[in-house]
Ligand binder design. Structure first.
Ligand code: F6R
Length: 251
């Protein structure tokens, strides 16, 4: 696992944006895996900014988002489909038919999960998967206990995840308790993985994911099973990594 530690969340976001830009410059028809949430906002802001300056072309890029809430339409302001359109897709030359997100309104969630999984295969798999990390070390919505071999499926969200994400829902509006998420096994099949984590509240999840043991109890620890995984952190998120480890990293 490669670990990159930057001074600030802004610098860490810029580093991840740079990795994405180089990916699409090297392979214009790249297949990208993308996260939502607070963490990647700085990355997407940077991609918007670069696109407006003429850098980054996405018309041949295919994207697969990690997850979507069950029960929300793509027009719902708290849906991940809405988030992606508003924070990234409509600001660049992404083709809507190439941007994929599980259907939150699917009547048969398991069938939708299977369809999504086979769509990823049909596109030859994911070249570069970008991930955030939950405070409980979840990746996608694979909560602690998810097998590292899990595939795309319907999942129940942990109560700590519901609490952490309550801020994205209007007071009084109902917050979905279930989602469709890419499985950890699905994520691990990506050719390269980049994880961005920033802020003190991610420090323990990072330490547990990096230091092992590799266990289903810590979804982020599955990254140790991947041959090309990079974790990009700000100093706060790196805070709980041991001093020896930081020394080895030259920090
Ligand atoms: C989002 C996702 C989640 C988030 C994680 C961190 O698509 O799959 O795993 O990456 O919950 O969320 P933030 O960035 O809001 O702290």
């Amino acid at each position: 696992m490669n670990i990159i530690i930057k001074n600030s969340a802004e610098e860490a976001s810029a580093a991840v944006a740079e990795i994405l830009l180089r990916q699409v410059e090297t392979k214009p028809d790249s297949v990208l895996g993308l996260p939502t949430g607070a963490t990647p906002l700085g990355v997407y802001a940077r991609l918007r900014q670069e696109f407006s300056k003429g850098r980054g072309r996405y018309k041949d890029v295919t994207t697969f988002n990690l997850d979507e809430y069950l029960g929300l339409s793509s027009e719902h302001p708290s849906s991940y489909a809405f988030y992606m359109r508003e924070t990234l897709f409509r600001h660049a030359d992404f083709k809507s038919e190439r941007t994929h997100i599980p259907d939150g309104l699917a009547t048969d969630a398991e069938a939708e999960a299977e369809r999504y999984e086979s769509l990823i295969s049909t596109h030859g798999g994911i070249d570069l998967m970008v991930l955030g990390l939950g405070r409980n070390a979840h990746i996608g919505f694979n909560e602690p206990g998810s097998p590292h071999t899990s595939r795309t499926r319907r999942v129940a969200l942990a109560s700590s995840t519901l609490d952490a994400n309550a801020r994205y829902f209007q007071p009084g509006s109902s917050q979905p308790t279930h989602a469709i998420t890419m499985g950890i096994g699905t994520i691990l099949e990506s050719r390269a993985i980049v994880v961005l984590a920033t802020g003190r509240e991610k420090a323990d999840a990072i330490a547990a994911s990096v230091n092992g043991p590799v266990t289903d109890a810590v979804p982020g620890s599955a990254l140790n099973r991947h041959a090309d995984a990079t974790i990009v952190l700000d100093r706060q998120a790196a805070q709980a990594l041991g001093a020896v480890q930081l020394l080895e990293l030259g920090v």
